[in-house]
Design a protein around this ligand. Structure first.
Ligand code: ZN
Ligand code: ZN
Length: 210
């Protein structure tokens, strides 16, 4: 196989990435059935602080009970079926990152959140920060929208910030690959607000439903 045809094969695989149905005429990565899972979540159907299903667009009971800082939080997609496959394959198919960035931007526009001054990636691991999927999505988002990008959050025992005064007076958008129930969003909001961020928002590509 020549490099050229291998490249084509890579960009336009003959099989759907998720269910491996043979693709006849469509160049997209997923077949028409699987591509339905990539419709953006309608924000009005979710709790604005944890993005679980909630018809009246109010802070849900679980969020009220938890108390603490209410950090506006959203995701583009639910982490199920083909989306699960997509998120997993992003690790070794870097060109999928661009698709992830487009989904994030589209959801951000739909949310009508204010324009951020700063994009910060969620620190996925304790040690590794650079090159994580969250970091690459955040970088892509910042580049597309011409915003500044700084990986300022760090994880230790608790969430921390690299340096002081860097988010002062700024509206911060935290970008993450996967939002899980265990994601310490309150800690993220706390450290950024303590450093006098003007506002903090969190946007994930996919939200784990477990
Ligand atoms: Zn499929
Ligand atoms: Zn909630």
């Amino acid at each position: 196989m020549s490099i050229y045809s291998r490249g084509l094969h890579f960009l336009f695989p003959p099989l759907c990435l998720h269910c491996e149905v043979r693709m006849v005429k469509f160049p997209p990565l997923f077949c028409s059935h699987c591509s339905l899972f990539f419709n953006l979540i309608e924000p009005s159907t979710r709790c604005p602080y944890c993005f679980t299903e909630n018809e009246n667009r109010m802070r849900c009971l679980a969020c009220q009970k938890r108390g603490g800082v209410a950090l506006p939080t959203a995701a583009a997609l639910d982490h199920i079926g083909p989306v699960f496959t997509f998120v997993r394959k992003m690790k070794w198919m870097p060109y999928l990152i661009e698709a992830g960035v487009s989904l994030l931007i589209a959801q951000w526009i739909q949310l009508e959140w204010p324009l951020p001054d700063l994009i910060i990636p969620y620190p996925e691991g304790l040690w590794m920060q650079r090159g994580t999927i969250s970091a690459r999505l955040a970088q892509g988002f910042a580049r597309h929208e011409n915003l500044s990008y700084q990986p300022l959050l760090k994880r230790g025992e608790r969430m921390g910030l690299k340096g002081r005064g860097k988010v002062e007076g700024k509206r911060v958008l935290v970008i993450m690959n996967l939002l899980e129930a265990s994601t310490p969003l309150e800690e993220v909001a706390e450290v950024l607000l303590k450093d006098n961020a003007e506002g903090v928002y969190a946007l994930a590509l996919a939200r784990s439903i477990y």
